[in-house]
Write a protein that binds this ligand. Structure first.
Ligand SMILES: CC(C)(COP(=O)(O)OP(=O)(O)OC[C@H]1O[C@@H](n2cnc3c(N)ncnc32)[C@H](O)[C@@H]1OP(=O)(O)O)[C@@H](O)C(=O)NCCC(=O)NCCS
Length: 310
């Protein structure tokens, strides 16, 4: 028996904010943003849509996709740094709305690596036989903590949610290996103090190094070689960081997920949103070996090697 993703979906707000829109409020240009980050537009949630609303929408559809009822959930984990409130957790808020009355619920904070942390936390409970179904949501409303007058950060981020249901999958499929890590000495490079504060160059260097290393590590831990990897889903922060990871794995361009152009950096939501888009585009198929890798404030990182399918 393996533990894998048996249902997945996403929610992205309707409102599109293009680079041209940002040119009107910031000293920036479409050309700068595109060439430095790969971002063309991002989605921004309206005032009435909070983090829990996006989490709920993604979760509801992921549960449907899994073919289970909310009562069958044993645990809800929400990875977010932009909860509606410090407490109750977003996980408790959506537990109520989903009527998942048998589920324990908690939020975890690992910033942009949060979805990786959530999946691996959930996996442990299923592997030990304690629980059967765990819902993991990555969700952010970063627009509420972005300083919209700071061009260094305002152009990078977007809002959205992705949700996955973990459960038992067929022999040979599911999570093959993982790596989670943290380095609190780098906390000063990326943190929230009312708004997002970032030392872009330091984060960039860390991300390029860590994404490459963690990707290689999970492939080795799974007992595989680079040639065995069918697809790479890096955290969608910056196309140049993503490209560095792809080159480290010597994969062709078409074997790397790219949604950063449409959504910007949606932090904990970026990897599950990408998975759903790639499934819809026919880029992910059953039995594909996929490496997912994320990094974020903390500093934190996480990578997973998974054989896709239920
Ligand atoms: C932020 C980032 C895109 C900047 O790209 P860069 O190539 O490193 O750019 P630099 O830091 O060299 O800055 C170049 C110049 O562009 C300017 N600049 C920054 N943002 C700008 C913008 N939106 N528009 C125009 N100019 C901008 C800077 O002020 C700087 O000007 P200066 O040289 O006069 O001081 C890049 O460092 C990055 O992506 N870092 C990682 C960030 C990240 O992923 N964060 C989330 C982690 S989950």
């Amino acid at each position: 028996m393996g533990v894998g993703i048996i249902g997945i979906n996403r929610f992205t707000p309707e409102k599109v904010v293009t680079n041209q829109d940002l040119e009107k409020i910031l000293d920036t240009s479409d050309e700068w943003i595109r060439t430095r980050t790969g971002i063309e537009e991002r989605r921004i949630a309206d005032d009435d849509t909070n983090t829990s609303d996006m989490a709920y929408e993604a979760a509801r559809k992921a549960i449907q996709d899994a073919g289970i009822t909310p009562e069958q959930l044993d645990l809800i984990i929400v990875a977010t740094v932009t909860p509606d409130h410090p407490f109750p957790s977003v996980a408790c808020m959506i537990q109520e709305r989903l009527e998942a009355k048998n589920a324990a619920a908690m939020d975890i904070g690992a910033a942009c690596a949060g979805f990786m942390y959530g999946i691996i936390t959930g996996k442990q409970f299923i592997e030990t036989g304690t629980y059967k179904h765990v819902l993991v949501v990555g969700v952010e409303k970063l627009s509420k903590i972005v300083d919209w007058s700071d061009r260094n950060t305002a152009v990078l981020f977007g809002d959205g949610a992705g949700a996955a249901v973990l459960g038992e999958v067929s022999e040979g499929r599911g999570i093959l290996s993982f790596e989670l890590g943290a380095d609190g000495t780098g906390a000063k490079h990326l943190y929230q103090d009312e708004h997002i504060i970032m030392n872009g160059r330091e984060v960039f260097k860390f991300a390029v190094r860590q994404m490459g290393e963690s990707s290689v590590n999970v492939i080795e831990k799974a007992g595989l070689n680079r040639d065995d990897v069918d697809y790479l889903i890096p955290h969608q922060a910056n196309i140049r960081i993503m490209e560095a990871s792809r080159e480290r794995l010597e994969l062709p361009v078409e074997k790397m997920s790219k949604t950063v152009n449409k959504y910007g950096n949606t932090s904990a939501a970026s990897i599950p949103i990408s998975i759903v888009e790639d499934i819809e585009a026919g880029k992910i198929k059953d039995d594909d070996v996929i490496v997912m890798v994320g990094f974020g404030g903390g500093l934190t990182w996480g990578a997973i090697c998974i054989k896709w399918g239920r």
